[in-house]
Design a protein around this ligand. Structure first.
Ligand code: ATP
Ligand code: MG
Length: 659
C-alpha cells in the first residue's frame, strides 16, 4: 500500500513533478508504480514512456519490478535505461542529424583512453594523462567545441587539452565513432539546434521518469529540458543528501533549477522510511545534520528499534577482515539468512583484497561488483574483437582495436587517412584497406602491414566457415602470434600465466557453448550470448562493493569497513575541503542497512609497504553515542555478543551431529 504522499506523486500528471525525499522513503517505488499507473489508468502507450536510472543494473531491476505489474508486451515496449543508453538509442535513430553514418561505433572508456594517449605527448605520466582525459571530458560535458574550450582555457594544461580535444574529435569523426560523452553531447546538440527534431522527440517520449535526479550533470539536465514537452510530462525523484557524484560533474543545483525553469513545478516530500530499523535511521539523520541544508527533511520509521550499531576496533586490515568474515558467518547461521542479504561496503576497491582472503578462508561465497569482469580484461577483449571483426567486417570499433594488436606499425596517420577514405566512400574501414589506390597513397611499410592484416582476417574468415568457434579462437591466437605478444607485454611470468589462463578459459567457454555442434557460423549469436548473457547475476553470495555503487540498494546486514580518517572521509577530499560529500557517502552507506549495521576501522593500515597509524573516522564521533555499541569497550555488552556467538556454534555442532 502506498502512503498518501506516494499516492499523490503517482497520480499527479498535470505538470512537472519533483519528489524530494530521504533514503528508503519509496522514491524508486513511486517510479515503478507510476509507470504502471500511466499505462493502466492514463492509457499512455508504453512505448512513449522512458524511465531513466543511474546504472544499467538499476535499469534491469526496475524493468523486472515493473514487469510484474504490467503485461509482458507492455514491458517490452517501455524504455528503462541510463542517460547514456537513451542517448545511444537517440543516435541510432538520428545518426544523420548527428553527422554520423549508420553503424557508427561506440568507443568504451578504455578505447577512448587509448586514443587520447596516442595523441598526447609521448611518455606522458599516467596521472598527467588522467588529468588530460578529464579536461577533455569536462569540456565535452560542458557542451564546448574545441575552439570554445581553447578560448575558455585559463592556463597551459587547459590549452593543451583543448588542442588534444580538437585532434581527438577529428579522429573520432574519421573513425565514424563516438565516445561515452558524445552519447549525451550529440543528442543535446541536435535537440538544442533543431526545433523539428525536438518536437518529434517530445511526441515520441510523452512521459519521463528520472531516478537519482540529484546526480544528473548539466548536460543531462539540458537534455531533459529539451525532451520535456509543453505538457511537462516528467517526474524526477531524488535526495540532495545522497548527491555523491559532484566529482564527476553532477550538479545538485539542478534540483532548484527545475523550479526556476518550470514555475508550475509541483514538489512532493515523502517522510516515512520503510527500510531502516529506527536506530539506524536515527544515526543516519544525526550524521547528515552536520551538513548544511537547503531542503529540510524529517524522516521517520515505523520499524522496530533494532540492535545497536556495532563498532569494531581492529588491529589492522587483516584482523578487520577476519572479524567481519566470522561475524557474517555467525549472523547467517543465527538468522538463517541467505548470503545475498549481506553487503560489505568500502570507500575504494583496493580495500576488497584483505576481505576476499578472509571470506575465502571462512568459506563465505561472495561477489565483487564493479571489479574488472572477465570479459573486460584486455586480452579477452582483444580476442573478442577479432571474432567480432571476423563475424562482421564492418565493425569499425573492433577493427580499430585489433589492427595494431599485436603491433603492426600501422600508425595513427595511416589510420586517419583510412578513416577519411571510409567516410567519403561510405564503407567500412576493413574494406577501405582493400582499396589499392588508398594503399598507394600511404608510406610503403604501413601499406604492406595493412594489406597483411586484411589477408589475416580474410584467412580467418575462411577458417570460420569450417571450424567451431573454440577452434577459431585458437587459430586467432596462433596466427596473430598472440602468445609472443603477451610475453612482450607482460614480462612478469605470473602475470603472463594469468593472462594466458584467461584466454584458455575463453576457449573453454566457447567449447561449452558450442557443445551441440555449433559451427563458427553461429559466431555472431554466440558472441551476443557472451556479451549480453547476464553474467552479472551474483546469485546467493555476499555482495562487496564501493559505497558509490551501493546507491539505491538495500540489505538486511550491512558492514562499512575502513571507517578511518583518510579512508572515509577520503584523504584527498579532506585536503580539498570536500568532507560534506564524503559525509553524504557515509549517509548513503548507513541507509543501505535494514536490520543490522556494523562499522569497523583498523588502528593500523599497510600502505605502500609502510605501516601507518589511523584515527577513527570523524563520522564515528558524529554518530549518536547511545545508538552505538563499541565492541571491546563494555564487557557486559560484549558478553552478550559472545553468548550469541557460542549459541550459534552449538547450533552448528548440533546440526552437524544430527546429519
Ligand atoms: N508504501 C510502502 N509500504 C511498504 N513498503 C514500502 C512502501 N514504499 C516503499 N517501500 C519499501 O521501502 C524500501 C525502500 O524503497 P525505495 O527503494 O523505493 O526507496 P528510495 O527512496 O528509492 O531509497 P533510496 O533513496 O535509497 O534510493 C523498499 O523495500 C520498498 O519496497
Ligand atoms: Mg531509490
Amino acid at each position: 500500500m502506498l502512503n498518501p504522499q506516494q499516492h499523490a506523486a503517482v497520480e499527479y500528471v498535470d505538470g512537472p513533478l519533483l519528489v524530494l525525499a530521504g533514503a528508503g522513503s519509496g522514491k524508486t517505488r513511486v517510479i515503478t508504480e507510476k509507470i504502471a499507473h500511466l499505462i493502466a489508468r492514463r492509457n499512455l502507450a508504453p512505448g512513449k514512456i522512458a524511465a531513466i536510472t543511474f546504472t544499467n543494473k538499476a535499469a534491469r531491476e526496475m524493468r523486472e519490478r515493473v514487469a510484474k505489474m504490467i503485461s509482458a508486451e507492455a514491458a517490452q515496449a517501455l524504455t528503462v535505461c541510463t542517460f547514456h543508453a537513451l542517448g545511444l538509442k537517440f543516435l541510432h535513430i538520428e545518426h544523420e542529424r548527428a553527422g554520423l553514418r549508420r553503424n557508427f561505433s561506440v568507443l568504451d572508456a578504455d578505447d577512448s583512453g587509448a586514443l587520447i594517449k596516442e595523441l598526447a605527448p609521448a611518455g606522458i605520466k599516467p596521472d598527467a594523462l588522467w588529468r588530460l582525459r578529464n579536461l577533455v571530458s569536462q569540456a565535452k560535458n560542458a557542451g564546448l567545441t574545441p575552439e570554445q574550450a581553447a578560448d575558455a582555457a585559463r592556463g597551459a594544461p587547459e590549452l593543451e587539452a583543448a588542442s588534444i580535444y580538437e585532434r581527438y574529435q577529428a579522429r573520432l569523426a574519421a573513425y565514424n565513432a563516438v565516445d561515452f560523452d558524445d552519447l549525451i553531447r550529440l543528442p543535446l546538440q541536435v535537440l538544442e539546434s533543431d526545433a523539428e527534431a525536438r518536437a518529434g522527440w517530445q511526441e515520441r517520449l510523452r512521459y519521463l521518469l528520472v531516478d537519482e535526479y540529484q546526480d544528473t550533470n548539466d548536460a543531462q539536465y539540458r537534455l531533459l529540458k529539451c525532451l520535456i514537452g509543453p505538457r511537462g510530462g516528467i517526474t524526477c525523484v531524488g535526495d540532495d543528501d545522497q548527491s555523491i557524484y559532484a566529482w564527476r560533474g553532477a550538479n545538485p543545483e539542478n534540483i532548484d533549477q527545475l523550479g526556476r525553469d518550470w514555475p508550475n513545478l509541483k514538489v512532493i516530500k515523502l517522510e516515512q522510511n520503510y527500510r531502516c530499523a529506527k536506530r539506524i535511521l536515527r544515526a543516519a539523520n544525526t550524521l547528515i545534520a552536520n551538513n548544511p541544508h537547503l531542503h529540510q527533511k524529517s524522516l521517520w520509521s515505523d520499524l522496530p528499534d533494532g540492535p545497536p550499531i556495532r563498532v569494531l576496533e581492529c588491529n589492522d586490515n587483516d584482523h578487520e577482515a577476519e572479524r567481519i568474515a566470522s561475524i557474517a558467518s555467525h549472523l547467517a547461521e543465527k538468522h538463517k539468512a541467505r548470503w545475498n542479504e549481506f553487503a560489505i561496503l568500502y570507500r575504494g576497491n583496493h580495500q576488497a583484497r584483505a576481505l576476499e582472503k578472509a571470506l575465502r578462508l571462512a568459506r563465505v561465497p561472495y561477489h565483487l561488483s564493479g571489479a574488472l569482469s572477465f570479459l573486460d580484461r584486455a586480452e579477452v577483449k582483444d580476442v573478442l574483437c577479432y571474432l567480432r571483426l571476423i563475424a562482421n567486417p564492418s565493425d569499425d570499433a573492433a577493427f580499430l582495436r585489433v589492427v595494431n594488436c599485436p603491433k603492426r606499425e600501422i600508425g595513427a596517420t595511416t589510420l586517419e587517412k583510412l578513416g577519411k577514405l571510409a567516410q567519403t566512400r561510405h564503407m567500412a574501414m576493413l574494406d577501405a584497406a582493400r582499396n589499392d589506390s588508398a594503399l598507394k597513397a600511404m608510406a610503403s611499410r604501413p601499406a604492406a602491414a595493412l594489406a597483411g592484416f586484411v589477408r589475416l582476417i580474410d584467412g580467418l574468415r575462411q577458417t570460420a566457415k569450417q571450424s567451431s568457434a573454440a577452434d577459431l579462437v585458437e587459430a586467432v591466437l596462433e596466427r596473430t602470434h598472440y602468445g609472443a605478444y603477451l610475453a612482450a607485454q607482460a614480462p612478469d611470468p605470473a602475470q603472463r600465466e594469468r593472462r594466458m589462463g584467461n584466454l584458455r578459459e575463453l576457449v573453454e567457454w566457447f567449447r561449452a557453448m558450442g557443445k551441440d555442434g555449433g559451427r563458427a557460423g553461429d559466431l555472431t549469436s554466440q558472441l551476443a550470448l557472451l556479451t549480453h548473457a547476464d553474467r552479472d547475476d551474483p546469485g546467493n553470495a555476499l555482495r562487496m562493493m564501493t559505497l558509490h555503487a551501493a546507491k539505491g540498494l538495500e540489505f538486511r546486514f550491512v558492514f562499512i569497513v575502513g571507517c578511518e580518517d583518510g579512508t572515509l572521509p577520503h584523504e584527498g577530499a579532506m585536503d580539498e575541503g570536500r568532507v560534506d560529500e564524503e559525509r553524504r557517502l557515509m549517509y548513503v552507506g548507513i541507509t543501505r542497512a535494514k536490520e543490522l549495521l556494523t562499522l569497523s576501522f583498523s588502528a593500523r593500515t599497510r600502505r605502500f609497504g609502510e605501516l601507518l597509524t589511523n584515527q577513527p573516522s570523524r563520522f564515528l564521533k558524529e554518530l549518536p553515542e547511545a545508538e552505538l555499541h563499541w565492541q571491546g569497550r563494555n564487557p557486559e555488552a560484549d558478553a552478550e555478543v559472545a553468548r550469541e556467538t557460542a549459541e550459534s556454534h552449538i547450533a552448528r555442532l548440533a546440526a552437524l551431529l544430527g546429519d
